[in-house]
Every structure is written in structure tokens, then in C-alpha cells.
Write a protein that binds this ligand. Sequence first.
Ligand code: IMP
Length: 426
Amino acid sequence: MNTIALVGAQWGDEGKGKVIDILASSADYVVRATGGSNAGHTVVCGENVYKLHLIPSGILYPNTVNIIGNGVVVDPKVLLEEMASLKAQGVEFGKNLIIDVRAHVVLPYHKTLDELAEKAKGKDAIGTTKRGIGPCYADKSDRIGIRMIDFIDPDTFAQKLKSNLALKNKIITAVYGGEPLDYNAVLDEYNGYAKQLAKFCCDTGAVLYDAIKADKRVIFEGAQGALLDLDSGTYPFVTSSHPITGGFCAGAGVGPTAIKECLGIAKAYTTRVGAGPFPTELNDEVGDHLLNVGHEFGTTTGRARRCGWLDAVILRLAVRINGLTSLAINKLDTLTGIKKLKIATHYMRDGQRVDNFPADISLLERCVPVYEEFDGWTEDISSVRSYDELPQNAKKYIDAVERLCECKVSMIGVGADRDQNIYRDR
Ligand code: IMP
């Protein structure tokens, strides 16, 4: 079997787009199975920078089929805008993109409700991307969601939109004091999108199953990261899907034996956007270094990311819940020039050692990271292509990651470009 899952091992933004893009060049299929337009992948290819939110990264290769699986929540407007901007950069759309008929559709009321709910939470706001992700998944669980199959059938869409909008408008006005949405305006606008997207819709799970049986090369492309998982992450400061390898199975319509390798992607340090606990966060000049040298600003929202030391406690959680077979460590070059580097090995709370990531965020907030310290390096590593050529201290850092996370490091990123990598295990 020729299948691999690429999954975020921290709080998202680990540079998955770059790794996915490298592997996508030799993939037959690239599958998105979770999340929606809350995700943002930046792929740098020479002079060209591609920003992807919903479309899998294989779209940059003409012979790769890109699947938006049943577990994704699809915002048709964002998807069509993204297609238009890729078309302007020379990407053609034909048989290289398919969308599952079971995928749920993000509609304007989901975005309105996301925004209003966040505002109402005040200081307890999650810091969502306001892309309507939570409200859309909530409708899916509540069994009132509108799926692509409903969306592309004008009669079904009109009828489901009518009943949903009646209910949502009551919530928008009576609960939040917001402005109701106009049924006819939404219907007309979104019918236009449905017409354009209908030809891309099919049962992608069946297509994928046949591809795997035929030993095609398949990549499951993760969005977000392990710590944002609805069950295992820093609940409630999480997203509303399962951005972990188990979630890829449900969201792509295949079983767990369909995934052979699970590659976790992490940065050489940690970042997080939005609210919620972050034990190794740095609010000092090292944090500023990581923010500025690492260009840590969100692809989707442009927000500055919170930055901190690498945390082996969260990476061990990622290894466990994803069944990782190896790790890719990105942005090692961002650490160049920092005199002393630190990795959190475990936490201490009320005099007790904590090795496993706590479920209760109020307990987590009381955890103090315990660090192992490493000497840094000053040499420019951006043109290093083999492990042996890395400065001794950089090698020590990577060896420590393997030891503390109990997972081998198969790939190291030393720059944003596609070829700025060190492979230890192809
Ligand atoms: P939502 O997914 O928009 O509901 O946001 C929930 C939480 O997940 C917020 O803290 C977001 O900042 C975070 N989040 C969602 N998508 C991403 C992502 O692609 N990268 C990093 N954080 C994300």
C-alpha cells in the first residue's frame, strides 16, 4: 500500500503545506478529510506563492487528483474564490478536483453565528477563524446540515435552506440581537455557486477505495493540528473536527487499514493562534525572534501567532493519538542565532510531575514546564541538505526531539522553499 497521512502535531500552522507539496509531486491522489476554510496552507514554489484553504495541495500538479472528502465542511464561496485565484496563477481545473457529495456546506448563517457567538462569549471567546466551522459541524451533528448532494439539487436546497434559515434567523435575532439574513438573496447567490460546483461532486470515498486497491499513491492532507482536536485537544479551545489520523478515515470514507504511514509535522518550536493555554509560550525577546524570523502570521486571518519553546509533552500526545510513524521538524533555521535553546520535557503542577497532557485546562494553566537546555548555533543552515552537515548543536537538538518524543525524525525543514529540506529516511 502506498498511502501516507500528513498530520499537524501541534496547534496547526506547522508548515504542513510545504511537506504535503513535496510529497504531492509524486502522488496520484491528495485527500482533505477534515476542517474547512479555517485552514491555510502556504506553498512556496520559486517566485510563486500559493495560498490554499480548501483545495488540497496536489492541485499544483496536473496529474494529481485532489479529493475534498465527506468530512470537510465546504464553503462554496471561498472554494470558488480560491479556484479563481489559482486559475489566475495558471492552475487548470478539470478531473483533478472532486468533492464528496456527503460533505457539508458552510452557509452565510454559519459564519454569522460563529461571529455572534464569539462576540457573546466576551473574554471567554475561543478566537475562532469566524469561518462558520463550528456552527456547520454543529448542524451536521444535529442532523439538519445541508450536504453537497442537497446543495446541487435546487429543489432540495431551496426547501432545506428555507427551514434552516427560519430557525437560524430566530437565533440570530432573538438570542444575539443580530440582523436576519434574507432567504431569497442567499438562495440566489448560493444557487449560482451550486451550479458551478455540481460537476465536481461525486462519491469520493468509492473513488479513493478503488485507488488504494490499485496501489495508487495517496496522501491524506491534514489541516489544523493534534492539539486542536475536538476530543484530545485543549477543549474548549479547539476546532470542531478531528484533525488527526483517525479523523482522516472517517472524513475520507475509508478504514484505518487504508493508511500505512503517519507522518506528524511539527515546527522546531511551538506556535498557537487564538485563545487557550500554551504552557511554553514566550513573551520575551526569544518569542519576538520566533515571531519575526519565523514570519509567524496566519495565512487565513493574518493574526500574529503566539510563539514558544518546543514542547515534548504535546508532541508525545500527538505521537500517541495519531499513531505517528515519524516526525518532520520544520523551520529549524528559525532557531539559528538563539544562544540557549529549550525543550519542555514534562510539567510540574503543585509539586507533582506531569508527563501526560492534562484534560482539564484549569489544571493545565497551573502546569509549569520543566526544560532541558541546549546550546544554540550561529551557522546559516538554510543551504544544508544532509544531516551530517548540520552544526553539532543542531544535531543534538534533533536527537533530543527523537528521544523526548519517542519518535524518529525523518525530515527536517531549513527554509520555506520546496527544496530546503534534509531527508533522513525517504
Ligand atoms: P475554528 O476552527 O475557526 O472554529 O477555530 C477554533 C480554534 O482553532 C481557534 O483557536 C483557531 O485559531 C484554531 N484554528 C482553526 N484552524 C486553524 C489552523 O488552520 N491553524 C491554526 N489554528 C487554527
